[in-house]
Write a protein that binds this ligand. Structure first.
Ligand code: PDD
Length: 287
């Protein structure tokens, strides 16, 4: 079965899917995106993701390419047409196609929209979570508006590639004061020796991760102690556990940060439990 993508009003073969060379996403990274998990044939936390899309669009003064309900319909269609049961759906909206010029295009230029979906392997993800991942610190190289989920991901690409070249899966950004902000495509957490969960507040320096918010709900439901405050790399080195969260990784244990083994070098019990319970706290919509 060939993959199908949605591009500006049409469902096309993924292999043939294309945008114009003067799409502002292509030329200026002038656009935003969302990634939602598809779990057992359900879309996970779609309302929260579309709320954040709405916020990203309005911060950049890009219009919705069509009604929100129509976007929901297209997400479902793309997932169905690709027969994805477990995987990810990607939505990208840019300021549209117009002659290359830094100023916003004329009012009549419509935003562009692309939706794709692909299957992922729950087995491979489980094995990864049983093993844990290594992360490597990296100096913050992004603009301050990291709360907007823009497609301008070159800094994240460089940070994550640096981690990969050292055998890691994720980068942990360090701000000018030595505090961990977040991962290249995940939010960062530690569990202290006293068993307190710590993650940076969402006010500044991080994307307000949907998975982070769901895990915070879960943490409270489970009666675990948590603090939303910045933590340093040193504190992470001495932590009992560490993990990252994102729609693409869910709760993923971190067993090494730079050259330091975290805890006993195996995924921690708190991270593992939160991963196991994760979908009990999510909003699941039928595809
Ligand atoms: N990344 N921080 C950054 C910089 C991210 O790019 C992401 C998501 C997150 C976690 O957000 P959420 O829990 O809403 O997925 C945090 C997506 C998955 C990506 O770029 O593929």
């Amino acid at each position: 079965m060939s993959r199908i993508a949605y591009v500006n009003g049409q469902y096309v073969r993924h292999a043939d899917a294309a945008v114009h060379v003067e799409d502002r996403g292509y030329q200026f990274a002038d656009g935003v995106y969302e990634v939602c998990e598809i779990w057992k044939g359900k879309i996970v936390d779609m309302p929260r993701h579309l709320d954040r899309l709405n916020r990203s669009l309005s911060e950049l003064r890009i219009d919705w390419p069509m009604a929100r309900s129509a976007v929901e319909f297209v997400l479902r269609q793309v997932i169905r047409r690709n027969r994805v049961r477990d995987g990810l759906v990607y939505i990208q909206v840019t300021r549209g196609v117009s002659r290359r010029d830094h100023y916003f295009p004329p009012e009549d230029v419509a935003p562009s929209i692309v939706v794709t979906a692909r299957a992922t392997s729950p087995d491979a993800a489980r094995k990864q979570a049983e093993q844990g991942i290594s992360v490597f610190s990296y100096p913050e190289n992004r603009w301050p508006r990291v709360d907007i989920k823009t497609i301008a991901l070159l800094p994240n690409v460089l940070a994550k590639q640096n981690a990969k070249e050292q055998g890691g899966k994720e980068a942990w950004y360090l701000d000018a004061d030595g505090f961990v902000t977040e991962g290249g495509s995940t939010n960062a957490w530690i569990v202290t020796k006293e068993g307190v969960l710590v993650t940076r507040p969402a006010e500044s320096g991080i994307l307000r991760g949907i998975t982070r918010a769901v895990v915070l709900d879960l943490v409270q439901k489970e009666g675990l102690t948590f603090e939303e405050r910045p933590f340093t790399l040193e504190e992470a080195f001495g932590a009992k556990e560490a993990f990252v969260t994102a729609a693409s990784t869910l709760v993923m244990p971190v067993t090494r940060v730079d050259d330091k083994i975290i805890g006993n070098g195996h995924p921690g019990s708190v991270a593992t439990r939160l991963r196991d319970l994760f979908h009990t706290a999510t909003d699941l919509k039928a595809v």
